[in-house]
Design a protein around this ligand. Structure first.
Ligand SMILES: Nc1ncnc2c1ncn2[C@@H]1O[C@H](COP(=O)(O)OP(=O)(O)OP(=O)(O)O)[C@@H](O)[C@H]1O
Ligand SMILES: [Mg+2]
Length: 170
């Protein structure tokens, strides 16, 4: 039914999915388990024609999925449902700027337009990123992170707002 052979996706220097092969013979619940950034979503996105593969083959009932384009790929996508990981980050903006936008409502429009952030805010953003062990991703664009990494950036953005601690008992 589903046959994946040598599926590979390279982003720049990163091999997001590296030569993955497996077969699923019939209808089944299948789990794909791996650490954040292991390549699970990228594999699903290749199966769904949302991300073109760098190499390899994906066949469903003998049909070559990776060769589909235009209307044929849209028709396949409509048969192949996917629930997305979405955390409302600004995709083309780097991680630190996304985090700093957590405190946007406390800043003037001029400061925001020119991307002027007080040094203390930048230092605090970096220290929260470090606390959630995501500091290595700080210069990257949000769209280049895995879903789990984006989720952590969204948590850092929330912490950046310094939300009020709940009162004991509610
Ligand atoms: N558009 C992109 N541009 C550059 N790198 C990307 C892009 N999308 C994903 N990556 C990188 O590819 C790798 C795999 O990402 P992927 O989203 O497939 O991981 P995942 O296994 O789904 O992780 P998670 O459990 O966090 O959802 C990560 O290192 C990620 O940073
Ligand atoms: Mg994912």
């Amino acid at each position: 039914m589903l046959n994946i052979s040598g599926a590979t996706k390279i982003f720049g220097q990163t091999a997001a999915v590296n030569n993955v092969s497996f077969t699923i013979d019939g209808p089944a619940f299948v789990g794909i388990i791996g650490r954040p950034g292991a390549g699970k979503s990228t594999l699903l996105r290749m199966m769904n024609c949302l991300t073109p593969a760098t190499a390899g083959q994906i066949r469903v009932d003998g049909r070559d999925i990776l060769s589909l384009s235009g209307a044929k790929s849209r028709a396949w996508q409509s048969q192949c449902a996917m629930i997305f990981q979405q955390f409302n980050l600004v995709p083309r903006m780097d991680v630190v700027s996304n985090v700093l936008h957590g405190i946007l409502n406390r800043r003037s429009t001029v400061q925001t337009i020119f991307g002027l952030w007080p040094r203390a805010h930048i230092v605090r953003a970096l220290s929260i990123l470090d606390r959630l062990r995501i500091d290595e991703q700080a210069p990257k664009r949000a769209e280049a992170l895995s879903g789990g990494q984006q989720q952590r950036v969204a948590i850092v953005r929330a912490l950046m707002q310094d939300p009020r601690a709940p009162h004991p008992g509610g």
